[in-house]
Ligand binder design. Structure first.
Ligand code: SF4
Length: 364
């Protein structure tokens, strides 16, 4: 069954580590974007009824509840099995949480990243650990038990001790789902650029080294397992039954349709991508020009292996994959990066740490 992704790339601030096409834009652009987005949703032909929705960005929790209700009303399938809203701590109020539930939202992903004041202020985040604690209670009171906490390993000033304190908070809050991302270093974020060019402004010199980041990730795997949260994907941990149904669709190559700036879609054969920025998206829509800029036939043999390997449950190896990837797979087996269990190919614990290298070799 299929899913829907809705992109809302508007934020209160641009966080230093963020490499998404999101940012701070004018209220006027935000209003025009909402109109274009609603029209894109209304004009879609809906070959299936979605069972999951994911509102990401950006910060869709910024949307006025009435605007969110109108958007969700454009999507068939209510009540959805899973409807996730990404929320920035600081945006969750009792009135909003109740309005979200009434619109069909039943899962919240909180962009916490860290519970430590120094790490948060250096990256531009405005919340505190207490904000998150209060807002988790607000969500629970509104009936939302299913929530995720995002954490980043590798923020400026982060140490194994401070990361341990963030994990202590996760335990205290009894989060049923946690995502742990290792800091990405690329030209798309201000901190990434500074790390590459060795500047001073965003705290690049205080970013922990690779060995320390790996130690944080390994600590997360161990501590979260002790809390009953099993790693089911490289960066995702959940109590049984709280795995993200929507995100699992990406890793199982199930179809989904994406709407808004930089949204991606996959119908089982073809991948599509919308224009990247909010301004380009609004301009294209208002001119009557197509908002889709890339269409490419999916390479299903390659993709099944690449996304399937992300899952802890592994991926069954088909004859076509065995033949095409015989040489790198033999090498990965020898290096201890992958193993075969009951006919399923999985990354080992070591392979997870080298997953970027493994995926890089499997690409053409
Ligand atoms: S990390 Fe989240 S809140 Fe910060 S700029 Fe990126 S999308 Fe916006």
């Amino acid at each position: 069954m299929a899913g829907v992704y809705v992109s809302y790339p508007f934020c209160a601030q641009k966080c230093s580590y963020c490499n998404f096409a999101s940012g701070v834009f004018t209220a006027q652009l935000e209003a025009r974007y909402l109109q274009a987005l609603a029209q894109e949703l209304r004009q879609f032909s809906w070959p299936w009824k979605p069972e999951t929705i994911y509102l990401g960005g950006g910060t869709p929790s910024r949307m006025e509840p009435a605007e969110l209700r109108q958007l969700l009303a454009c999507i068939p399938g209510y009540p959805w099995q899973e409807a996730t809203l990404e929320a920035a701590p600081g945006d969750v109020t009792p009135a909003r949480a109740e309005a979200w539930v009434q619109s069909g939202i039943n899962r919240i992903s909180l962009g916490v990243q860290s519970f430590e004041a120094r790490e948060l202020s250096q990256t531009g985040r405005r919340h505190s650990a207490q904000t998150v604690q209060t807002e988790v209670s607000v969500l629970r009171a509104a009936g939302i038990q299913n929530f995720n906490i995002d954490l980043i390993a590798g923020l400026p000033h982060q140490t194994l001790d401070s990361f341990t304190r963030s994990l202590d908070w996760v335990e205290r809050l009894e989060a049923p789902h946690v995502s742990v991302y290792m800091l990405e270093v690329d030209e798309e974020s201000r901190l990434g650029r500074e790390l590459i060019q060795q500047g001073m402004r965003y705290g690049a010199s205080a970013v922990p080294d690779e060995a320390a980041i790996v130690a944080m990730y390994e600590l997360a795997v161990e501590r979260l397992a002790d809390m009953g949260l099993r790693r089911y994907e490289i960066s995702n941990f959940a109590r049984p039954g709280f795995e993200s149904k929507h995100n699992l669709k990406y890793w199982r190559l199930e179809p989904y349709a994406g709407f808004g700036a930089d949204a991606h879609s996959f119908d089982g054969r073809e991948r599509r991508q919308n224009v990247e920025s909010a301004a380009e998206y609004v301009a294209a829509w208002e001119k009557g020009a197509p908002v889709t800029i890339h269409r490419v036939a999916a390479d299903l043999v390659q993709e099944r292996l690449l996304v399937g390997l992300r899952l802890s449950s592994g991926v069954p190896l088909q004859p076509a994959e065995r033949e095409r990837y015989a040489a790198p797979l033999a090498r990965f087996l020898e290096q201890g990066f992958v193993e075969e269990r009951d006919g399923l190919l999985c990354l080992t614990n070591l392979g997870v740490l080298y997953s970027n290298e493994v995926f890089q070799e499997l690409l053409p």
